[in-house]
Design a protein around this ligand. Structure first.
Ligand code: PLP
Ligand code: COI
Length: 338
């Protein structure tokens, strides 16, 4: 598209041409519908809008030097959407329907996949919600599944430059036995006030501690947290964080690079011992963290040169991107080439 400034895209919505939809009704999913409408019509008593019975996913498609378009690990997003559906009693979208809808949404909008040189990507946003009417708190019997796409740049405007994050005990994103491990809208609603406060104070995001004891690191706003200490890749194990597909991939790449993986509770005090830390996710990719301010304790943690991404994070970032754009062999079979 001639009027899109590909190299300077931010993470925001740009209208594309088509989206695809399927409706669950009378016990079955409909054939995929292809539409140019950006609007959804639904019953005013839909459970999705009253009781937050909804879940979304986020994945990306990349254009390679060879002009081919690659979608990253979409089967994993299908599985996670099924797990979210299970967790809040929605009708799960079968993997085959999910992947077909994702591929179709990309195919119908090929001209919106950013060019290789721009370093941008096509963000794919599947969303599933209860569209059947209920007034009491109970699951809907009708569901709507939509996949739209939009070209995006980095989620954190700094891209692959370190940002500052903020710890505050004032806010919880998810309860210890709640829905933090599911990608449901309620978690994001719960994070908005904290996120706004972080932005207003010059931070890219809130770094959440575990809600029960406030002793361990949970995750970083819309991304998982990882740390590098010597030859170790360390990332929190917690029931209230989202199982990140990017983190899962980085763990594999770190292992391939000969690092030792530690997936365990990460105590807050350990921050002082880490060489590099970062946030990772589909939207964030890797966003290195240069400094973390614990505003309640009036304490700051600084990592290496807080203006420069660490060496291991840089290697991981380059490796992941190389696989996504098709510059390096996809030895783990993560990529679907259209
Ligand atoms: N944590 C939260 C709360 C997120 O919203 C996301 C984004 O999807 C992630 C982590 C990263 O997950 P993924 O790497 O699968 O995008
Ligand atoms: C993603 O990384 O895909 C996300 O969903 C993060 C955010 C936009 C909520």
């Amino acid at each position: 598209m001639s009027n899109i400034d590909w190299a300077n895209l931010s993470f925001s919505y740009i209208k594309t041409e088509y989206n695809v939809r399927s409706y669950f009704k009378d016990g079955q999913w409909s054939d995929l519908e292809e539409t140019t409408s950006e609007q959804i019509t639904m019953h005013m008593a839909a459970t999705g809008i009253h009781y937050g019975q909804q879940s979304f996913e986020g994945l990306k498609a990349f254009k390679g030097k060879d002009g081919k378009v690659r979608i990253f690990r979409m089967e994993e997003n299908a599985k996670r959407l099924q797990s979210s559906a299970d967790g809040i009693l929605m009708q799960a979208v079968p993997t085959e329907l999910f992947t077909k809808a994702v591929v179709r949404a990309v195919e119908l909008n090929l001209k919106f996949v950013p060019p290789y040189e721009s370093g941008a990507a096509l963000y794919i946003r599947p969303v599933l919600f209860g569209s059947g009417a209920k007034v009491g708190v109970s699951p809907a019997d009708e569901f709507t599944f939509v996949v739209f796409v939009t070209p995006v740049g980095p989620y954190f405007k700094e891209g692959f430059k370190p940002t500052k994050q903020m710890i505050s005990r004032q806010f919880d994103r998810a309860a210890p036995q709640g829905t933090g491990n599911l990608k449901v809208g309620g978690n994001y609603a719960a994070s908005m006030k904290a996120g706004q406060m972080a932005h207003d104070n010059g931070y890219s995001s809130v770094l959440y501690l575990d809600s029960k004891e406030k002793k361990y690191i949970d995750e970083a706003g819309p991304a998982n947290f990882f740390a590098i200490k010597g030859d170790k890749y360390i990332t929190p194990l917690s029931n209230s964080i989202l199982p990140s597909i990017t983190n899962m991939s980085l763990i594999q790449l770190a292992e391939d690079m000969g690092l030792t993986i530690e997936r365990r509770k990460v105590a807050l005090e350990e921050l002082a011992t880490f060489d590099e830390v970062g946030a990772c996710g589909t939207a964030a990719v890797i966003s290195p963290i240069g400094q973390i301010d614990d505003i309640d304790e009036d304490k700051s943690y600084v990592f290496g040169d807080p203006k420069v991404a660490g060496e291991v994070s840089t290697k991981l970032y380059n490796k992941l991107r190389a696989i996504q754009y098709g510059d390096e062999a996809d030895t783990h079979n993560w990529v679907t080439v259209l």
